[in-house]
Each structure stands twice: as C-alpha cells, then as structure tokens.
Design a protein around this ligand. Structure first.
Ligand SMILES: Nc1ncnc2c1ncn2[C@@H]1O[C@H](COP(=O)(O)OP(=O)(O)OP(=O)(O)O)[C@@H](O)[C@H]1O
Ligand SMILES: [Mg+2]
Length: 394
C-alpha cells in the first residue's frame, strides 16, 4: 500500500483518513498551503498519495493538485461541497473528489482506488527509467488464501490449489508465500529454494519481470514458486508497496497467482487482497474458528475487500465436533464451498512435502481440493497465457 499524506487543518478528517487507510499516514496543515509538490514531506523518498482538504483555500488546493499530478503523484481532494469543485478538480487531475463527511468505507474505497492508480503510475515511471522492457498488463487472476486464525490449513490449501492449477495449465501458475515471517510453502512442496520473497521485493525487482524471472523456483509439476524468507527477522525488509508491485507484475505474466498468507489481516495481506481477483477464506470447524471467520468477513466488508469472487473452505470437518457445516453457514450467512475432512492423508502429504493434488488419490480430501481447483478455474475472466519464464529448480 502507498504512503499517504493528508493535508488538512481538520483533526477529524486527518483521523478518519488514518483510520480508513489502516496504516500510519503523514499529516500536515493546509494553512499555509504548500505551493509545490517538492515541498511535501516524503516527496524525495516515496512520493505519497495525497489527500488534500480544499476547504481552507480551494484555488491553492487546485494549483497544488495540478502540480502533484504533473509529476505523476495521485491526489484525492476533500471538500465540504465536492460537487462545487468537481469539474475544476478533474481538470487539475485529481483522482477523486470526496466529501469531508464521507463514511469510513467510502474513504477506504477512495484511498484504495488512489493507491491502485499510484501503483500504475509507479510502473509507468519504472518503464520510462528502463526497468521494464514492456509495461506489464495484469491478465491473470490473483487468488489470495487467508484465514482469521493460524494453523487452519491455509498453506495446505494454497499449495494444493497451486499444484492443481499448474497440472491443468502447465507453466501458468505461480505461488507466492506472503507469510513473511513463518512461511512454509517451500517445505510443503519439498523445495530448497535459492531465492525468497525478500529478493523478489528488493529495490526495482518487483516491477521488473526480467529480474523476477531469475528468482523463481520451479516445482516438478511446472508450478513456479516465490517462497517466504528463511529468517523471521527479514520480514521488515518486505514492504507492502513492493508486494503490490510484485503481484501486479506476476499477474501480467501468469494465468494464476496464488498467494498464501499469515493468519489474520496484516498489512501485507490487505495489500494482496487489494490486488486480488479472488479470495479463498479458510477456517476450522470449531467455535473459535467460526467466530473468527464471521469477524473476518465483517471486517473485509467494512474495508471494501470482501471480493465478490470468494470461496469459503471449512477444514477439519469431523462428525464428532458437536457443530455442523449447516451451523457454520447459518452463523456466517454464507455458503461453505469446500469441506475438508480431518484426514490422516493431509499431515502425511505435508510431512512428505508432496501435496495431495500432486498424486491421483481418491480420498475425500483430494476430491474436495480438486473441487476448489474447479471452482477457481471455472471463473470466466482468466485470460490464458503460458509464461515463458524459467526459474531455478529447488
Ligand atoms: N484436513 C486436515 N486433516 C488433518 N490435518 C490437517 C488438515 N488440514 C491441515 N492439517 C494439518 O494442520 C497443520 C496446519 O496446516 P497448515 O500449515 O496448512 O495451516 P496454516 O493455516 O497455513 O498455518 P499457519 O497459520 O501457521 O501458516 C499441518 O500440520 C497440516 O498437516
Ligand atoms: Mg501457513
């Protein structure tokens, strides 16, 4: 996610933007209004997305908007009367004009749009600087696998989904381990990779397809992998903005980009969701798991990230748990798409580093995971493209 800067004299607006962004933001007063983008904090390092309050001086705000837009920055104007300055704001290049009284979900949606635009513009700039030979155009689907709680089977689901898709569409799927601190995708696939997410998100690499291709690890099924880091401490080196650029670039080259995540909704997972076309939510068949799922769905709805293309996976399904799939559906108000039984085949396959969908088993877990692959691949809008990228073997 981009760095945000709010320029306002209103503590209320500043607080709402910070809350909606969900990350730390910069804030400076609108009086006096900075005259040029170069005067803004953060301009030299990482040009911020600016939320600019036009209330104190609309003309000065429009001039600053035009200046910022001219250097590729993204500005969202805030006004008590957005319709009054709407036309002038668009002429000045503002990405959006919103009411200073906008609700948090409205603000969140506006910031997410601005953030996406900033990512696109970062590409254009990287391209002009020769970092890419052709500007990547996302075509593939980005499928994020998330869960409210840990240990519920995300990595097992993500690796099987990725292997299942790779077997159907050879050379067209990449799996990214975004569990930055404790990722174990490589272990689950029996790989010993040379490069990790830290390398793939370093410097200009995430927006440079040529640099990225040399960092991919290839699995025997034809799946490409960007594994998590070996060192939990390295997570600090992986910025959310770089993750956004990385997923954008990969979606330009692969039909499917599968993203495994850490438990809960951290900054990296939110950034991945912002770039995603599909969401797979996994939870366990127990009361804490179901409560967590409901909270996660509510939170994602509030921030506008409960993607319309989503699939719910209930894991550890067992008739003796005192709670049924129907109970869960009634509780969360959603249909469960995939029910994975508590099964001995699963830990066995994880421990051997061979996902179930790498074989042709007839057990219930394999059948349900195949069903998930079908649900994801049935989606109409994926544009087929076989990547010609070659990675290193793990
Ligand atoms: N259906 C199942 N039946 C039996 N064991 C399972 C099942 N699903 C997952 N497991 C086991 O549960 C453990 C956790 O699975 P996994 O690592 O995929 O969860 P996770 O959500 O990715 O965890 P984390 O939050 O730590 O990343 C593994 O040892 C796995 O073998
Ligand atoms: Mg995991």
């Amino acid at each position: 996610m981009s760095h945000f800067l709010v320029i306002t004299d209103s503590a209320d607006l500043s607080q709402s933007v910070a809350y909606a962004a969900g990350v730390q933001i910069g804030a400076i007063p609108a009086t006096p209004m900075p005259a040029r983008p170069e005067e803004l904090p953060g301009y030299d390092a990482e040009r911020p997305v600016v939320v600019l309050d036009a209330g104190p001086d609309a003309d000065a705000a429009l001039r600053l908007t035009a200046g910022c837009t001219a250097v590729g920055m993204v500005v969202v104007l805030a006004s008590e009367e957005p319709e009054r300055i709407g036309f002038a704001a668009l002429k000045a290049g503002a990405a959006d004009v919103m009411s200073v009284y906008a609700s948090i979900p409205e603000l969140r949606a506006s910031l997410a749009r601005a953030d996406r635009l900033a990512t696109e513009r970062a590409y254009a700039t990287a391209g002009q600087q020769g970092a890419t030979t052709e500007p990547p155009r996302p075509q593939g689907r980005v499928v994020t696998v998330a869960s409210p709680k840990g240990g519920v089977g995300k990595t097992m689901v993500a690796t099987n989904l990725a292997v299942g898709l790779a077997r159907r569409y050879p050379q067209s799927t990449v799996l990214v381990d975004l569990d930055v601190q404790f990722g174990d995708v490589a272990t689950a696939l029996g790989l010993s990779p040379r490069y990790s997410l830290v390398d793939a998100t370093h410097g200009q690499t995430p927006s440079d397809p040529l640099a990225l291709k040399s960092l991919l690890t290839q699995h025997s099924t034809g799946l490409y992998v960007i594994p998590g880091s070996e060192s939990p401490g390295a997570s600090e080196a992986v910025g959310a903005r770089e993750i956004g650029l990385l997923l954008h670039t990969l979606a330009g080259a692969f039909r499917y980009v599968i993203v495994d995540t850490a438990p809960g909704l951290n900054e990296q997972t939110l950034q991945a969701l912002d770039q995603s076309s599909d969401l797979v939510l996994v939870t366990s068949l127990d009361v804490p798991g179901v409560r967590g799922l409901r909270k996660e769905i509510d939170t994602l709805r509030q921030v506008g990230l409960m993607l319309s293309s989503h699939h719910l996976v209930l894991n550890f399904v067992d008739p003796h748990r005192g709670i049924t799939v129907k109970d869960v559906e009634a509780n969360v108000g959603e249909t469960i798409d995939v029910t994975l039984p508590l099964a001995k085949e699963v830990p066995l396959s994880v421990n051997q580093g061979v996902p179930l969908l790498q074989g042709n088993g007839r057990d219930q877990a394999t059948k349900q995971l195949t069903h998930l692959v079908e649900l994801v691949s049935a989606d109409r809008s994926a544009v087929g493209r076989t990547s010609r990228w070659k990675g290193t073997r793990g």
